[in-house]
Write a new protein. Structure first.
Length: 230
C-alpha cells in the first residue's frame, strides 16, 4: 500500500515513516496540512495518516479539502486525548478512523492491515465517469460512443485508473491493486502492461477522449486527450 504521513512533530513523523517503511509500505511524509493536500492532488494513496493539529492547514481542513477533490483514500486521524470536538469534526469532514495519542504502533499497523483488506471496495461508486467515459463497475460495462463489456481484471484496473485520473500510478501499484489477492504463482507485474494494452484498445474502440500514458515497467497515467500538456 502507498501511505501518506502528515504529522508536524518531526520525531513522530520520522518514527512513523521509518516503521511503516520497514513493514514494506510505500511511504511519503509531510509536516503541514497544505502539503498533505498538495501531495493528495498528485499521488494515489491507499491510506493517509493525518494529525489534527498542523500548521498552515489543520488536519480537519486538509481532510475536508481532500474529500472535496473527490479523493476516496482511507484517512486515519491522529488526535490528542483532549481533542474530542476535533475528533468529531475530523470524522464529519471525511476521516474514516482515528487514533488517540499516545497510541501503540502495533495498533496503527493493525488498523492498516484491516484497511488493506477492504481498500479496493469500501468507497467505490458503482458508476464512475471521467471525460466522455462511463464505467459501470458492477456490470463491468465501459461506455462512450458505444458500450462494451470488460473482463474482470480489465474493469478492476480501469476502476483504479478512473479513481485516480491524472495521477501517476506505478506498475507495482497497479499490480498490487489488481492481482494482489491472486494465488497464481505464475502471475507477475508483467501482466500490467498487457492489460494496459487491452484497455487502450477498448478505450479507442468506444471513441473515448481518454488515453493511458506511460511505458512498460514504468508509471502510467489516465489523461483526457487534449489535456496531456496542460
Amino acid at each position: 500500500m502507498k501511505i501518506l504521513i502528515a504529522e508536524d512533530e518531526v520525531q513522530m513523523n520520522r518514527v512513523l515513516t521509518t516503521a511503516l517503511t520497514h513493514e514494506g509500505y510505500d511511504v511519503d511524509s509531510v509536516h503541514d496540512g497544505q502539503a498533505a493536500v498538495d501531495m493528495a492532488k498528485d499521488n494515489a494513496y491507499d491510506v493517509m495518516v493525518m494529525d489534527i493539529m498542523m500548521p498552515i492547514k489543520t488536519g480537519v481542513e486538509a481532510v475536508q479539502e481532500i474529500r472535496n477533490m473527490g479523493n476516496q483514500s482511507h484517512i486515519i486521524m491522529l488526535t490528542a486525548m483532549s481533542e474530542i470536538d476535533d475528533r468529531v469534526n475530523g470524522l464529519d469532514a471525511g476521516a474514516d478512523d482515528y487514533l488517540t495519542k499516545p497510541f501503540s504502533l502495533k495498533e496503527l499497523l493493525a488498523r492498516l492491515r484491516s484497511m488493506a483488506r477492504r481498500v479496493d471496495t469500501s468507497f467505490t461508486s458503482n458508476v464512475l465517469r471521467v471525460g466522455t467515459v462511463t464505467l459501470n463497475v458492477g456490470e463491468q460495462e465501459l461506455s462512450g460512443n458505444n458500450t462494451i463489456r470488460l473482463a474482470g481484471k480489465e474493469s478492476k484496473m480501469l476502476e483504479f485508473f478512473m479513481l485516480n485520473a491524472g495521477k501517476k500510478l506505478s506498475t507495482e501499484q497497479l499490480f498490487q491493486h489488481v492481482w494482489a489477492k491472486d494465488d497464481d504463482q505464475d502471475i507477475d507485474s508483467g501482466y500490467v502492461f498487457i492489460y494496459v494494452s487491452y484497455l487502450r484498445q477498448k478505450l479507442k474502440a468506444i471513441g473515448a477522449n481518454l488515453d493511458i500514458m506511460g511505458e512498460e515497467n514504468g508509471d502510467y497515467e489516465l489523461v483526457e486527450v487534449g489535456k496531456k500538456d496542460v
